[in-house]
Design a protein. Sequence first.
Length: 305
Amino acid sequence: MDAGSKRLNEPSFLKKILLENSSGDTSELTTLAISVHAVMLESGFVLFNPVSSDDDDKFSFSKELLSVSLRYTLPELVDSVTVTVTFQSLSDKVAVYGSLSGNVRRVYLDKRRFMPVIDTLNSSSIYKDVLMFWRTVKDGLVTPLLIGLCEKSGLESPPCFMALPTELKVKILESLPGASLATMACVCREIQCMASGNDLWKQKIWEEARHLLLLVDGARGSVNWKAKFACFWVHYQKKLSTFRQHKRQTLPNIVMRRNHRSRFPRIISDSDPFGMSDGDHLHGSVGTHRGLQRLARRRFSPGGN
């Protein structure tokens, strides 16, 4: 895969790889295998022993095959260490196994869910479904294989949250606000499991809605603190939305009243409005009408005329 391909988004890159590697075989096993192959390429893997010598990234499967295996490596490793990805066609799923030194990762791809998505890549409405497929394969299979291969070969691990020690990941999740913790739980299954602990959500309740602890202090049985926090958050968002709407409605009226008051300069009271206190000079104050100044000049002169 060249550098330009990395700039493509997931649906565009998947479509590109399908067009380059498809040999007319439209079987579900072949289509899903090439789709997983696209995720492997995008993550930096290359085929270790490609079937075709004409194009290192092109391969095809026989329709009679129920399982097939491919070997991948990294460009820096050449032929020293490899990972094996095995595709097995089941009744309604394709099981994908990734193995490295005896450690096996596995994901199941639902044919009924993902085959229509891959067949209609030209439609913009399936972008979210393509991302779901991409995340399932990358989080469950490709990224763990990449991290394991880098560790085994002594290469620098890719910048990845999942590569951190478990204790550090737990500390990071504990430091997040409740809403951010719920968002993090949508990233992958591992974080979802780590972010679903009842004690963790009780801590979030203590930090952000401590009054709820007092309300359920005498409750019998176990309490689902995550559900309690979700109810609190929905109620809080409704109140916040109402407050913002009220603020948008009242703020223009306040601004108009302020602008109305400051439209003209304020007339300052003056004990000597005609400026007669300094002999020959007239010292009119701010707001003094010029007609009154002219009247003062005419009727009151220094010579007393």
